[in-house]
Write a protein that binds this ligand. Structure first.
Ligand SMILES: Nc1ncnc2c1ncn2[C@@H]1O[C@H](COP(=O)(O)OP(=O)(O)OP(=O)(O)O)[C@@H](O)[C@H]1O
Ligand SMILES: [Mg+2]
Length: 366
């Protein structure tokens, strides 16, 4: 595989089995240099396993990955000095202080003493940890820990950073700051691969791959992904959202229905030319007043289209007949889901007309 300057990571057929489980299934990746690339997927979709193979920490069962021009499995020692890896759980020494942790990481990378001291000072200040050098790492808040972990990961100025759910225990304001830091790094030329459950983080990535049960089901920029899905998205604002939900749930051509507080989002296969007419008629017949608009798919819509609907052949590629997949976003997350709702908080349920619901998302780990 060539083009190591253009692509920081290239993978072909990357596969990892654990016994009979295929955790990562023939994944191809082309991750451009100097960009932020996201892995979006529910629990157990293979994000961490893929990242560990790309770091050279886990051997692929099949396929290969070239990372910064090196074979990730064969040249893992050489690779270590050129990449920074932030594990999913905090992996620094809880009993050492902030300063001691950074000094220690600097020693591991054999940074000479004087330069090490300078570098640690610089990182403490950049990641807003100045004044906390003496504090035990185990006593830091979730956000402070993540900043310390990021400071440790960039100690040796790696060209590539692999961040495995770096913000899972971080509040929205700290997550925003953390992402500002990532953008700064990318602007200075660092390539960043970051896994996340959060839609609002995934949408910030230049490009992303959506993983589902070990398979890469889609990739591209958020814009391109939105353009490529096989469904129209119609947003419905009704005073009586419950009644609208009930009425639209009976329409077979609506292949997915997502409730967001007082709003609903309905997906209708692209081959149907007039999606608004279908929704409008269903609401009129039920005597429901509502404002309806076709909208550009957001990541949540894309996620449903490339996972659930594709799996059941209801994404517009063939005619359906299977029951509607009805997605309910928990009320707390509903109105501002793009800012706060992690993908795993989606509560997928199937409405087969008998009022029977089936929890789903966490079950993707099968
Ligand atoms: N060392 C292992 N031995 C056996 N099975 C494993 C091992 N590591 C991962 N798995 C399995 O592989 C699948 C993918 O796991 P992975 O940790 O890569 O998912 P993930 O997308 O990172 O999930 P999460 O969002 O929960 O972190 C899961 O079913 C998991 O149980
Ligand atoms: Mg993981």
């Amino acid at each position: 595989m060539k083009d190591s300057a253009e692509f920081a990571i290239r993978a072909r057929g990357l596969t990892r089995r654990f016994g009979s489980l295929v955790a990562v299934n023939e994944v191809d990746l082309d991750i451009p240099t100097g960009r932020i690339y996201g892995f979006l997927g529910p629990n157990g979709s293979g994000k961490s396993t893929t990242i560990r193979m790309l770091c050279g920490l886990l051997r692929p069962s099949a396929g290969r990955a070239t990372v910064l021009g090196l074979d990730a499995a064969r040249d893992s020692e050489a690779l270590k000095n050129r990449i920074g890896y932030m594990t999913q759980s905090f992996s620094l020494y809880q009993d050492l202080s902030v300063g001691e942790n950074l000094q220690f990481i600097g020693e591991i990378y054999a940074i000479p003493r004087r330069e090490r001291r300078r570098r640690v000072g610089e990182l403490l200040s950049r990641y807003n940890l100045a004044g906390r050098e003496g504090q035990r790492a185990g006593a830091l808040s979730g956000g402070q820990r993540q900043r310390l972990a990021l400071a440790a990961a960039v100690m040796h100025r790696p060209q590539l950073l692999l961040l495995d759910e770096p913000t899972s225990a971080v509040d929205p304001s700290n997550r925003r700051d953390f992402w500002e830091g990532l953008f700064e790094l990318a602007e200075r030329g660092t390539t960043i691969l970051v896994s996340t459950h959060y839609m609002d983080e995934a949408i910030r990535c230049h490009n992303l791959a959506i993983l589902d049960r070990g398979v890469k089901v889609a990739d591209g920029s958020p814009r391109a992904l939105g353009e490529s899905i096989g469904t129209h998205v119609v947003e419905v604002r009704a005073d009586n959202a419950d009644a609208a939900h009930l009425a639209l749930g009976k329409i077979p051509r609506i292949v997915s229905l997502t409730r967001l507080g007082s709003r609903l989002r309905a997906q209708i296969p692209k081959r149907i030319a007039e999606p608004l007419a279908i929704v409008g008629e269903a609401l009129r017949n039920a005597g429901i007043e509502a404002e309806i608009n076709t909208v550009f798919p957001d990541l949540e819509d894309i996620f449903v289209a490339v996972t659930e609907l594709r799996e059941h052949g209801r994404d517009g590629r063939e005619s359906g007949g299977t029951p509607i997949r009805d997605s309910v976003i928990p009320r707390g997350a509903a109105e501002s889901r793009a800012e706060t709702a992690p993908a795993r908080s989606r509560d997928y349920a199937r409405d087969d007309g008998k009022g029977e619901h089936e929890g789903h998302m966490e079950g993707s780990e099968r």
